[in-house]
Design a binder for this molecule. Structure first.
Ligand SMILES: C[S@@+](CC[C@H](N)C(=O)[O-])C[C@H]1O[C@@H](n2cnc3c(N)ncnc32)[C@H](O)[C@@H]1O
Length: 274
């Protein structure tokens, strides 16, 4: 472990907004691990793995701020308020989020709130599930000769959630444009909306036989991977009752896992419909 940087790195009364990566504690950054050791209180969400929570010192206060077991999620306003209040109590506050805090994680909103309340903060990026998950399934998300770009998309945004129709600031997904322009698509939070999403991709011209991987609890000993096709993925996920959290990878990079799958803890789920 590298020596701690000169102080003040994590002074009392400040917040560190850190990504914990997708689950494997080995994927924590050196900075995130240092913040875990120095924090007075850790405010974490449901996607921070048990293995990572186990690294938090016993005398550190632990605050759960997320959604678990179908219970209502802590509101974003409440979480931001908690961070501000804890910092004003003079604590070193670590806000630990799954993956990267700024990738589909509302970390930007929390940072905005801290900035507006004049609470000093720093951000520690984390490995996002859409990059690390495929890697642990033996899928390179870019591969020479297959794709020169990759789309990271949330399946969570409904058309009615459109925040603004201003070009360049629009939360709607142009699925037809995505189908045409991105050979490889990495979907977050898409399990519940898979059926309409894949229908739109196929209707926009994507080959129904396009390979698809669903990677659940990626990078943890619970990792499960299903390999199927665009046409069958929604029915397969429903038949297997596969639940979140899962990353869905669509495109010609998926078959590389036949040669590259390396993660010994992975369970391969046979597709029911084949
Ligand atoms: C609210 S988003 C948070 C994303 C996170 N900030 C990141 O960068 O990975 C939650 C979604 O991330 C994905 N995800 C996060 N951790 C995962 C994991 N270990 N395995 C599979 N998917 C994961 C799933 O799609 C899940 O529904």
């Amino acid at each position: 472990m590298a020596a701690s940087p000169p102080h003040p790195w994590f002074p009392p009364g400040t917040v560190i907004l850190a990504g914990a990566g997708p689950g494997d504690p080995d994927l924590l950054t050196v900075a995130a691990e240092r913040a875990i050791r120095q924090a007075d209180v850790v405010v974490h969400d449901a996607l921070v793995s048990e293995e990572i929570l186990a690294l938090i010192p016993r005398d550190c206060e632990l605050v759960f701020a997320g959604k678990r077991g179908g219970s209502p999620s802590t509101s974003q306003g409440d979480i931001s308020l908690t961070l501000v209040n804890l910092a004003r109590e003079g604590k070193r506050v670590l806000r630990l989020k799954g993956g990267d805090p700024f990738v589909f994680g509302r970390g930007g909103e929390e940072a905005q709130h801290l900035a507006r309340e004049k609470i000093p903060f720093r951000v520690i990026p984390g490995l996002t599930a859409g990059v690390a998950g495929p890697a642990y399934a033996g899928i390179p998300i870019t591969h020479r000769g297959v794709n020169a770009n990759v789309a990271f998309i949330t399946g969570h945004e409904k058309a009615e959630n459109t925040a603004s129709a201003t070009p360049g600031n629009d939360t709607r997904v142009d699925w037809e444009g995505v189908a045409r322009s991105f050979p490889v698509i990495v979907l977050y939070m898409a399990i519940k909306s898979l059926d309409p999403l894949v229908r739109r991709l196929i209707a926009a011209g994507r080959d129904p036989e396009t390979p698809v991987a669903v990677i659940r609890w990626a990078t943890t000993p619970r990792q499960q991977t299903l390999v199927t096709t665009l046409e069958r993925v929604a029915a397969d996920v429903a038949a297997l009752d596969l639940q979140a959290p899962a990353i869905v990878v669509v495109g010609g990079v998926v078959p590389f896992r036949q040669e590259l799958a390396w993660f010994a803890d992975e369970t391969l789920i046979p597709p029911p419909s084949h």
